[in-house]
Write a protein that binds this ligand. Sequence first.
Ligand code: SF4
Length: 451
Amino acid sequence: MALTGIQILKMLPKKNCGECGIPTCLAFAMKVAAGQAEIEKCPYVSEEAKATIGEASAPPIRTIKLGAGSASFTTGGETCMFRHEKRFENPTGIAVLVSTDMAGADVDGRISRFKSLRYERVGVLMKAGLIAVKDADGDQGKFTALVKKVLDGAEDASLILMSSKAALLAEGAKVCGERKPLLYGATADNVAEMAAMAKEAACPLGIRGVSLDNTVELSEKLMADGLKDIILDTGARTMKAALEDNVASRRSAIKSKFKPLGFPTISFPCEMTDDPMMEAMIASVLIAKYSGIVVLSDLQGDILFPLLLEQLNIFTDPQRPMVVQEDVYSINGPAENSPVLITCNFSLTYFIVSGEIEGSKVPSWLLIKDTEGLSVLTAWAAGKFGADLIANFIKKSGILDKVKHRDLIIPGYLASIKGELEEELPEWTITIGPREAGHLPAFLKEWKPAA
Ligand code: SF4
């Protein structure tokens, strides 16, 4: 059962030394209880207390890490059923399948698309993160060669090695070295062998069950064997069954603290249909509902992009607006006679406004004022985008050295503060811009600095 901050405080050395990065033991204890700090950060806490607190404050779904460096991937660590209760922690990993029975050109194409299909949105790089390497016929040489090809060809991919033979997976794990792969999959027939192999390789092990009950049995066996890092596949190969199993697993882990299901899940839309659009739809359902990893048969931009956008939306923290940094942004190569616009630092506003300015091809300066991620009107209503704050920002932003004119374009929704701003910035002419970003291109093309 989770410990309260006060219970945790009783086990701390109470030096109030701040070496954990937090000024007092009480504040540190509160953060540990809230899952916002790790007990390991206190160098003075006893091993016994560390074990007790670590166990009690661990998320009900274990956090599991694969790979290393730029090829690292984290899954699990989830603490709630619904995003609005807190937040979802680690985005579902999107994997593409390559197999030893595929032609070399097919494998190359998948690796090439893995590397090239990358998108930047709201300052976030979105991409597939994993490649699943499947042994189709038990040939050790072919499997190892394919693992090497993926390691060399996709340097930032985390790997999933798939075989029913423990010996093949052991060899594949050796080839991966520091890029610790997920080894998949343990079944009722090979569970003891797989457990020993995964322990030796110090890699997470995936279960391939034939039902939810069977998956629980296998998970219990692996836990009894001392395995800590497990990933669950209940064997469901229809969307309905996979969805039901994911929901049942998450609910059992979160609500009932049922340890055998307290692990991330892996799903295989690639084995549920031959229709790429149906596969995308299945993947979208399983990203929304609790798969830690989804394995796709191939990567195509028109399928991957919407899945990545969905993943981005679901796994952003609903309690923390996405923001961009307060700064002066130059768009289309502005000069000293270019227009100067100002808006808030809510990232969606920034990307919409900057996109419209970019599209207009009018060289411009865009001032982004820190409004703590609030949109224009909300920030104004909350007292974070008032005339005095804007004036202070203008003075310290450096824009005075970049332009000769003194003409500031404010968002149309801030028309009511024009007079106040003119009082705060007497040298400036305040121009009211359009209310909608879509009208900016026409507005900017007509703009001339005030005489
Ligand atoms: S490092 Fe440990 S003893 Fe020092 S303030 Fe943090 S919790 Fe307290």
